[in-house]
Design a protein around this ligand. Structure first.
Ligand SMILES: Cc1ncc(COP(=O)(O)O)c(C=O)c1O
Length: 384
């Protein structure tokens, strides 16, 4: 799986140019711990662009999800509703606080939480709903918001894929009480490992700062609001070094250029593969008209598990790495311990067998993309 064994890797973390310059500035400033100059710049850029109340950089999206679980006071016996078709952190963060996962199926078109199946999952124990904007395409947030509002349940958007995507003109991440971002090396904007917690519910901001600072009121101390800082709540160390924030700031500054390039890559795949897909019974990603996607990934839904595996092998023989995900969480070892059974989420179980992600990264060259497209066009799903 090493990048150098493939002519076209699946992912290549890219640098835009100013990362090392900004890192050297942090080192010269003499502040490389958390919440330095570049952390503030990233925070301000994200708050201003997204129009959200508060952004706290974190060490990962997983950590931002863990902070969300602490902030919402999740306790043993509480229930949290998540799609089964997601990364393990979406629910693990809540299970670590004692929550029981309640898995809901996804829609067959966008592979997002199926809002029509949500209300029946709600019980008096439900404490959070965690929609995932899969591939950076917004979930049906109007419907999800109406149901959450009816039962007064907070929404935590797992927006690991969707920074700068929009739903009905509003930024993803600005729609729930809380939202989480990822800056892992596979994401559009990266600092290797990193994340952010977005707070739209103003009442949660002060406690979030405390939880992120090891349970202390250090943030208030730095603002001069208290004359010494002390232990006031539970918490951990969730703030990234300013060296990572410096790396990230260079990428966030280049967001228009990065998104433009990623859009071109997505459109080229779509345009060139449309007829082939139609003929071979392959589903391409669907983006509803009211969503502006974040151009995070390009996937194919092959007709069967056999044809998906055959295409992976075919691409491998052409020096191209393609990958699949997610294994349904309700059928994982942990998911089964919570009662997950075959047939609970039929769409998830089906798409998990058939989905294939194509190489997609910021500096994928036209030539390399052409190699991928040609290799796919040579493959007949019906013969696999
Ligand atoms: C939907 C989703 N949520 C959360 C995460 C975790 O992100 P991180 O690696 O920043 O902790 C990922 C990682 O890929 C993800 O895909």
């Amino acid at each position: 799986m090493q990048n150098n064994t493939y002519n076209v890797p699946f992912n290549r973390p890219t640098i835009v140019g100013k990362e090392l310059y900004y890192i050297s500035q942090t080192i010269h400033h003499g502040h490389s711990a958390g919440d330095g100059e570049f952390t503030k710049r990233c925070r301000k850029l994200l708050e201003d662009t997204l129009g959200v109340a508060k952004v706290l950089l974190t060490t990962s999206c997983t950590d931002a999800l863990e902070m969300s679980a602490v902030l919402l006071d999740i306790k043993p016996g509480d229930e949290v509703i998540v799609p089964s078709f997601t990364f393990v952190s979406t629910i693990n963060a809540f299970v670590m606080r004692g929550a029981k996962p309640i898995f809901v199926d996804v829609r067959p078109d966008t592979l997002n939480m199926d809002e029509s199946k949500l209300e029946r999952m709600i019980t008096p124990q439900t404490r959070a709903i965690v929609p995932v904007h899969y591939a950076g395409v917004g979930c049906e947030m109007d419907e999800i918001g109406t149901i959450a509002g009816k039962y007064n349940i907070p929404i935590v958007e797992d927006n690991a894929h969707g920074l700068f995507g929009k739903y009905k003109g509003r930024y993803l991440g600005a729609l729930g009480s809380l939202a989480t971002q990822s800056f892992h090396e596979t994401k559009n904007f990266t600092c290797g490992e990193g994340g952010a917690l977005i707070l739209n519910d103003q009442r949660l901001i002060e406690r979030a700062e405390i939880i992120r600072e090891k349970g202390t009121n250090r943030s208030r101390f730095f603002r001069g609001q208290v004359d010494k800082y002390t232990w006031v709540d539970i918490g951990s160390s969730y703030l990234p070094s300013d060296i990572l924030a410096a790396f990230l700031y260079a990428q966030l500054e280049a967001r228009e250029e990065i998104q433009k390039k990623r859009r071109q890559i997505w459109e080229m795949y779509h345009e060139r593969l449309e007829a082939w897909a139609e003929e071979g019974g392959v589903q391409l990603p669907k983006v509803p008209a009211h969503c502006e996607q974040a151009y995070h990934m390009f996937y194919l839904l092959l007709p069967s598990l056999t044809s998906r595996q055959a295409l992976i092998e075919h691409l491998k023989s052409c020096g191209i790495l393609s990958v699949f995900h997610y294994l349904p969480l309700h059928l994982s070892d942990m998911g089964r311990q919570f009662g997950g059974r075959e047939g609970d989420c039929p769409v998830t179980e089906d798409v998990s067998d058939r989905l294939l992600r194509l190489p997609y990264y910021n500096d994928l060259t036209e030539e390399d993309q052409e190699t991928v497209v040609k290799a796919i066009l040579d493959f007949d799903p019906a013969k696999a």
